[in-house]
Design a binder for this molecule. Sequence first.
Ligand code: GUN
Length: 284
Amino acid sequence: MADTIIDGKAVAARVRAAAALRARALRDAGIEPGLAVVLVGDDPASGAYVTMKERDCDEVGIRSFDTRLPSDTTQETLEGIIDAFNEDPAVHGILLQLPIPRHLDTESAIARISPEKDVDGFHPVSIGRMVRGLPAAHACTPEGVMELLRACDIDPAGKRAVVVGRSVLVGKPMALLLIEANATVTVCHSRTVDLPGVCREADILVAAIGRPGMIDETYVKPGAIVIDVGINRVGDRLVGDVAFDRVAPIASAITPVPGGVGPMTRAILMANTVAAAEAAVESK
Ligand code: GUN
């Protein structure tokens, strides 16, 4: 069995506690960090996620400004709401919950968010800064993975990292963060030839594909660190992209689903929001 089952819940609680300390220092200086979450439509999973974010904000000491819009909201209305949050000095971070209904233009809406209020790291300016190795908000899930590695004293420098999945939300920013941490990074996707063989080269294997249990022991080098970003609903269960029971016996460290990467995403959002509030204070 893996020496380490990485406890994302515990690490996320520590990240929230650290963010809470910083939020308290801001409040003591008269600034209450504020996070605006914009949700369009009635997708139950997104709704539940936003409710959990509100709870996290309460715990950390961040004021929530949540807007739930009907699924027939127009682009103009959505962008008007984003503009209002951009202008509001009490709001330090803006998050547009994705996905938004298909009639809306996601790219345009994300680009409308002021880059300094982009706590999701999805704005083109944030991504561009990250590519250039400049300070920027990092996308919450990949940054959560980096935090898990740090919490386990795993230094990616010099290691072979393989990221399976090239999404703009996870795979691409994950690869960039691992490069910044001096890993040698390969990004795989649906057209990769001999995916199991490439994955077996990984010292750190990150699965972000969205296919339940696809990564089994034939994809994993013994002793590898396996990070499962997948959250797939199978019946009434949540399962990852990694076949945990088959991979855990040969990995040196592995994240479970649930309780691995999942809790980190919201915790990093809290940290990013506090950081945006600190930056707003500094730029005054
Ligand atoms: N939908 C699923 N994950 C995320 C996320 O990290 N940020 C946003 N904005 N929407 C999401």
